[in-house]
Each structure stands twice: as structure tokens, then as C-alpha cells.
Design a protein around this ligand. Structure first.
Ligand code: SF4
Ligand code: SF4
Length: 95
């Protein structure tokens, strides 16, 4: 299991989760509208879930049905950042 960040992070991105993650596995670049969790590095500690002010973070297997797209977006970001950014635009619309 790992954790996934979903739509509520978009254009909020206050970075609280990055500050508390003990293994520094939450990533973002200036061009991103949200953050992403590296599933290979996440240790499932749940600390980020408590820290997020907008409740954007879920265990991947408990991701709500209307947030399932973010599982693929998260995975894509670690392969091709621009492709993931385009997916966010498609799901959420322009900023
Ligand atoms: S569950 Fe823990 S290790 Fe995983 S992203 Fe959140 S804070 Fe980091
Ligand atoms: S704490 Fe929540 S809103 Fe803030 S960057 Fe992390 S996932 Fe996004």
C-alpha cells in the first residue's frame, strides 16, 4: 500500500505534508499545481494525512471513486511530469 494525493491539493499546495514526511517522499516542482507521493519511498506512516489542511491524502486502496484518476496521475508524474500536468488540466480544468 501507499498513499495518494488527490484533487483538494490542486492550487492549495501549502506543502504541509512535505514538511512532516519523515522520508521526504512527497514531491512537487514549481510548474506543478499539486504534490505527488513516491510509492517506492512511502513508508505508510500516515503523518501527512493528519497534516493536510484540506484532507487531500488517502491510502491508495481507499481512494474515493471520484478521485481514482489521481492514482494514475500520481504514477504518471514519476514517469513524465508534463504528461501528469496535462492530466491534471484535463481532470480539473485550467488554473
Ligand atoms: S504516509 Fe508517511 S511516508 Fe508516506 S507520504 Fe505520507 S508522510 Fe510520507
Ligand atoms: S498538505 Fe495537503 S494541500 Fe498541502 S501540499 Fe500536501 S496534499 Fe497538498
Amino acid at each position: 500500500m501507499t498513499f495518494v494525493i488527490t484533487e483538494a491539493c490542486i492550487d492549495v499546495k501549502d506543502l504541509s505534508c512535505i514538511e512532516v514526511c519523515p522520508v521526504d517522499c512527497i514531491h512537487t516542482d514549481d510548474d506543478d499545481r499539486m504534490c505527488y507521493i513516491d510509492p517506492d519511498e512511502c513508508i505508510d506512516c500516515t503523518v501527512c494525512v493528519e497534516a493536510c489542511p484540506v484532507a487531500a491524502i488517502y491510502p491508495d486502496k481507499e481512494t474515493p471513486a471520484d478521485m481514482q484518476a489521481y492514482l494514475a496521475i500520481n504514477q504518471r508524474w514519476f514517469e513524465d511530469k508534463d504528461a501528469a500536468r496535462n492530466m491534471v488540466q484535463e481532470v480539473r480544468g485550467p488554473s
